[in-house]
Design a protein around this ligand. Structure first.
Ligand SMILES: *Cc1c(COP(=O)(O)O)cnc(C)c1O
Length: 368
């Protein structure tokens, strides 16, 4: 008889499926890796800031030493830039780690976590990993339905995950709606506001959630350097919350969860406003390029405030997988979203003009 190792709730988890790496697609389809267009993980098509690259190279000499566990320079750079106390900042090995830590720190087994249908795939995993109950609230127009999220909160609910903009839909909730939601959430329920794509927001959509942290002891705001800052490979993000939550996260996080190169690169990237502005401009142009083409092709899409677009490729049940595989054979990697309950849709990250054009040419070819 085979002995089952590990608890049931861990064995019930499905491993996270990321975007296929370029090397894997090159191998499987016999393609030259240099011709492959990867628009599957919402990475920055411009790469990273030159200042970040210089900082990484300079920091390499300190690799034999453990990094600063308290991330003093990193937290103080963030504190100064965002006007929040350095003591309220928790570094993360990507913001992904902080999503997991928040669940571990704030929710006991069998208590509940609330989030929207079509929200980020890590939320159910964070709940499952601690044997918490997920309460998934039907989406409204592919995004958060705040009244329904509030109504779904049970006496044993301890956490609500809200992504804004949301991945994989690109939907966005304005500051007024969010603030109104925060005012109505009971104080024993922590709201994790996941702002991985906030740098892509048009100026008129912006709000400052860090100001709300002063008012709400049950708010944790998460940011990442993986998307607009182009540092996905280094794994660096951070959370901002009042000391009660920050203290809990610090108890759980590994002492060196934020590595030395990541801290150095993030500090430099934060100061390179020119790079972020360029990133925003390329994204805005790319969004127009992609959505105009979707309109011309008659493909429905969800209007996006982030650096990717969710679009519908067919009516049959496996349309997403079929089109994604045909695109792979043509050297274009996009993301299937069947795991989100959207098997007829695909998510494409916005690339450079040339990458977008390559993707659109392959898509037209496939759809013909
Ligand atoms: C990409 C992403 C993150 C975090 O990514 P890290 O690389 O771990 O910082 C968090 N939330 C959402 C919604 C994302 O799409």
């Amino acid at each position: 008889m085979t002995i089952q190792l590990g608890p049931d709730y861990i064995r019930a988890m499905a491993p996270y499926q990321g975007g296929k790496p370029i090397s894997e697609v090159a191998r499987e389809y016999g393609l030259d890796p240099h011709t492959i267009i990867k628009l599957a993980s919402n990475e920055n098509p411009l790469g990273m800031s030159d200042a970040a690259r210089v900082a990484i190279v300079a920091a390499v000499q300190d690799i034999p030493l453990y990094p600063d566990s308290h991330t003093y320079a990193f937290r103080h750079a963030l504190a100064q830039y965002y006007g929040v106390p350095a003591a309220w900042i928790t570094p993360g090995n990507g913001s992904n780690e902080l999503l997991i830590l928040a669940a571990q720190a704030l929710v006991a087994p069998h208590q509940a976590i609330v989030y929207s249908q079509y929200s980020f795939a890590i939320y159910p995993l964070a709940a499952q990993a601690i044997d918490a109950r997920s309460i998934v609230v039907p989406a409204k127009n592919f995004g958060n339905d705040f009244d329904a999220l509030l109504a779904a909160i049970t006496p044993d609910t301890r956490l609500v995950f809200v992504a804004n903009p949301n991945n994989p839909t690109g939907t966005f909730d304005g500051g007024a709606a969010l603030l109104n939601f925060l005012e109505r959430v009971p104080p024993q329920v922590v709201v994790v506001l996941d702002e991985a794509y906030t740098e892509y927001l048009a100026p008129e959509l912006r709000y400052n959630a860090f100001e709300w942290v002063v008012r709400f002891p049950n708010l944790l705001v998460l940011r990442t350097f993986s998307k607009a800052y182009g540092l996905a490979g280094l794994r660096v993000g951070f959370g901002v919350a009042q000391p009660q939550i920050t203290d809990l996260l610090n108890r759980l996080r590994q002492p060196f969860n934020s590595n030395h190169l990541a801290q150095a690169a993030a500090i430099a990237a934060l100061a390179d406003h020119e790079f972020v502005a360029q990133t925003q401009a390329v994204n805005t142009a790319g969004y127009a390029q992609l959505t105009q083409a979707f309109d011309a092709l008659g493909l429905p899409y969800v209007p996006s405030c982030a650096n990717f677009v969710l679009f519908k490729v067919g009516e049959e049940d496996n349309a997403g997988t079929r089109v994604a595989q045909a695109l792979l054979a043509r050297g274009v990697i996009v993301r299937t979203v069947g795991n989100y309950g959207l098997p007829q849709w695909l998510r494409v990250s916005i690339g450079t003009a040339a990458q977008n054009a390559g993707f659109l040419a392959a898509l037209k070819d496939v759809l013909q």
